[in-house]
Design a protein around this ligand. Structure first.
Ligand SMILES: Cc1cc2nc3c(=O)[nH]c(=O)nc-3n(C[C@H](O)[C@H](O)[C@H](O)COP(=O)(O)OP(=O)(O)OC[C@H]3O[C@@H](n4cnc5c(N)ncnc54)[C@H](O)[C@@H]3O)c2cc1C
Ligand code: SF4
Length: 597
């Protein structure tokens, strides 16, 4: 079933002899928002996307949100010839992880969820996209809309505890903006795309302009009450999902149906994705031209002025070399890919890569540390009637509570927990011992009584955490790949230890039987929240971009994705990426009109 009745707009003819007002590289959250804002303001924009263009019908055929496990010949598993990288492979081996693999296709750990078959054409094949250096679980999606096709939709705001972290604890750099600068743009994103949530009036996790919240179930409500006694908050998952509907003919409101948790996206596009939320509406203005299968490898520079004049790319299918011209170039290829593009764009004028006079491109890399968490059993719920908990975009979120009013002895900054409870399409506890009728009864009786949560903690940005170009290894298109120089530090390890302690203390306080406390830290990269490789700042010697994500060195070059973030915060980044991109593109359009670019 699909409720989408509108075909996507007809594509505009790509004309590589034209000089577009702006050329955008990448069509995920950042590139989609840039395209949306600029075309709305009347700019003629060319959007280059390395991956394939799946139209609405094609992407829905991939996602199959309503398909039951038994309707799939392998219960959602991958076909023969595919291999998913495991935690052990990331930990024991070094990248490139697919090198020498006997399998025809190798996918990142993201395909280890049940239902990997639904994302096999969305995640990149690691064989074509190698990287080197220190261990790192890098999850990438190369297609129209990038990772937004399968993102987890937890949509959180940052606060001045994040933007002004240095002022709070003395570490790192403050952002060149404060919450007041970005708040109006968070509002715009909320109204345009829709977000479900519940107001809590927290200074460290500002509320959005929420649509109808998803419901907490019995166990979650109980935990919320118990945590309140500890001065901690449990709030319904703040989902980048429209529950009341938005003015967008390509999207329906959430019907509380579908295998939301299968990480296969939403086939009625109630959950935000960049194509239906941003790109198709931008195409409807008549101002957006999209070229998919366009793998960009260099920002081209005008020798006389030093300004960006366009982008060199290869057709991802034919491998033909091509170029596109633009008065402004906007990089939005995602944090690591935008840094790679800047480093690849070496010229006599910019020998260290474009926009890199500071030497900070690729550095100050940060993200979220994951691993520690807990699973418990709410005994009162064993054997109780089944409820539908799968058809909702998320369970709950416990916002940061460390290092706000208090000062922890072992670490600075904080972490939050994502969690859920209730009945799911794949019942937890199905690995219980036994067989036959008794086993089935056990699984059914216990399925809705489990509750689990896991931490997401702020990784500190450090100059010595960086990526550069590998001097030898190239991807399938002959483009030098990234080499990682990055590992968690002491602050992250101490924070992770604390996550396990507080998770246990919260469940015990709530009277939940603790079944399993997870203390191990997952491989770097696991959170899929890469940030910080071209940070903003006031000083061109220690930052790459100004507060409008505009290169200090090249005034008609903008980098509007998470690479601009000065610190990671512990809140998920996508809503901030889009709010910042909106703010920067409004500024860009103003400057463009004034002839300043
Ligand atoms: C399973 C999963 C769960 C997640 N859950 C959450 C969550 O709950 N909350 C949250 O805030 N975030 C979450 N994220 C992260 C979120 O998806 C990203 O923050 C967001 O998509 C970043 O947007 P972006 O535009 O920077 O990058 P992307 O969405 O990755 O888009 C980048 C685009 O650029 C294209 N591209 C790359 N290189 C080139 C090139 N050389 N030339 C041309 N095009 C190029 C790519 O193909 C891609 O389409 C999750 C991600 C995944 C995969
Ligand atoms: S629960 Fe809502 S957001 Fe999730 S797949 Fe169903 S309709 Fe989409």
């Amino acid at each position: 079933m699909t409720l989408i009745k509108v075909a996507p707009p007809l594509p505009q003819e790509v004309d590589l002899t034209t000089t577009y007002d702006a050329v955008i590289v990448g069509s995920g959250a950042a590139g989609g928002m840039a395209a949306h804002v600029l075309t709305d303001l009347g700019c003629k924009v060319l959007l280059l996307e390395a991956g394939r263009k799946f139209g609405i019908t094609e992407i829905n055929a991939e996602l199959r949100s309503m398909e039951w496990p038994y309707e799939h010949s392998r219960r959602g598993d991958l076909p023969p010839g595919y291999h998913t990288l495991s935690f052990n492979e990331y930990e024991i081996r070094k990248p490139p992880y697919a090198q020498g693999s006997p399998f025809r296709h190798v996918l990142s750990k993201q395909a280890s969820h049940r239902g990997a078959d639904y994302v096999k054409n969305i995640l990149v094949d690691e064989k074509q996209h190698p990287y080197t250096g220190t261990k790192y679980a890098w999850v990438r999606a190369r297609l129209l809309g990038g990772k937004t096709n399968i993102w987890g939709r937890l949509a959180l705001r940052l606060s001045d505890y994040d933007f002004k972290g240095k002022a709070h604890d003395g570490y790192g750099e403050d952002w060149p903006i404060s919450y007041a600068d970005i708040a109006p743009y968070y509002d715009k994103v909320d109204l345009l795309l829709g977000i479900a949530g519940h107001k809590e009036n927290l200074r460290h996790l500002p509320d959005s302009l929420f649509q109808r919240s998803t419901k907490l179930n019995v166990a979650e409500v109980e935990l919320r009450h118990k945590l309140a006694r500890m001065g901690r908050v449990l709030t319904p998952y703040r989902a980048g999902v429209t529950t009341d509907g938005v003015k967008n003919k390509y999207r329906s409101r959430c019907m509380g149906r579908g295998a939301c948790d299968r990480r296969g996206g939403c086939d009625i596009h109630a959950a935000f994705d960049s194509p239906t939320g941003l790109i198709y509406p931008a195409m409807d203005t008549g101002n957006l031209t999209l070229r998919s299968n366009s793998t960009c490898h260099e920002v081209l520079v005008d020798r006389a002025t030093g300004k960006a004049r366009g982008v060199a790319f290869v057709d991802s299918v034919t491998k033909r070399s091509l170029a596109a011209k633009g008065k402004v170039v906007i990089l939005a290829a995602s944090t690591l890919e935008s840094a790679r593009l800047m480093l690849l764009s070496k010229s006599p004028r910019y020998p260290n890569g474009i926009g890199n006079s500071s030497g900070h491109v690729g550095h100050n890399f940060c993200e979220h540390v994951m691993g520690p968490g807990i699973t418990g059993l709410v005994k009162d719920l064993v054997g109780k009637p089944h409820t539908l908990d799968d058809g909702r975009p998320g369970g709950f979120y416990v916002p940061r509570f460390r290092n706000l009013a208090d000062r922890q002895p072992g670490f600075i900054r904080g972490y939050g927990f994502e969690g859920s409870s209730g009945h799911q399409i794949f019942p937890p506890g199905s690995d219980a011992p036994g067989f036959g009728t008794a086993y089935k009864k056990h699984v059914r009786d216990y399925a809705g009584a489990y509750i689990t949560m896991g931490g997401f903690g702020e990784v500190l940005p450090r100059f010595e955490s960086y990526v550069d170009l590998d001097p030898v290894v190239e991807d399938a298109w002959g483009i030098p790949v990234l080499r990682f120089h990055y590992e968690f530090g002491d602050n992250e390890k101490k924070m992770a230890e604390d996550m396990a302690v507080t998770a246990k203390e919260m469940f015990e306080e709530a009277g939940i039987e603790v079944l399993n406390v997870r203390r191990g830290v997952l491989t770097e990269g696991w959170s899929i929240h890469e940030l910080g490789t071209a940070r903003m700042g006031e000083d061109p010697k220690t930052s790459v971009l100004n507060q409008f994500q505009q290169s200090h060195d090249v005034k008609n070059l903008f980098v509007v994705d998470g690479s601009s973030h000065v610190s990671a915060s512990c809140q998920n980044p996508t809503w901030t990426i889009m709010a910042l991109a909106w703010r920067s593109c409004e500024h860009l359009a103003d400057e463009f009109r004034r002839g300043n670019l």
